[in-house]
Design a protein around this ligand. Structure first.
Ligand SMILES: [Zn+2]
Length: 102
């Protein structure tokens, strides 16, 4: 059983969440060639070990999260809000992503 510590709701069973996919994918510009979109949408690595994933708290706060999970052991290393604005609000920071260089 996987337990995910939602930063908004607290620790919940993974059955409350929907898996959203690899969080490390960088999507191309809207006018990028079809090959780049094909690679971004359909081609994935099958990582053995720690991987960043997006999860949607469907039966809770309905927020998107980035969960760093070990695909071998299912151990969860970190959970954070996927959207910069919510992440900054939780951290109490007023610094924007551009200001921090991220
Ligand atoms: Zn939640």
């Amino acid at each position: 059983m996987i337990r995910i510590n939602c930063p908004f709701c607290g620790e919940r069973d993974h059955s409350e969440f929907a898996y959203g996919g690899d969080a490390s994918v960088q999507y191309p510009a809207l006018d990028a060639p079809a090959e780049e979109w094909h690679e971004a949408v359909f081609l994935r690595q099958n990582i053995r070990g720690k991987q960043a994933e997006t999860w949607h708290h469907v039966s809770g706060c309905r927020m998107w999260l980035v969960v760093e999970r070990d695909t071998l052991t299912h151990e969860i290393h970190s959970v954070r809000a996927a959207h910069d604005g919510y992440r900054r609000a939780l951290d109490g920071s007023t610094e924007t992503a551009a200001e921090s260089g991220q």
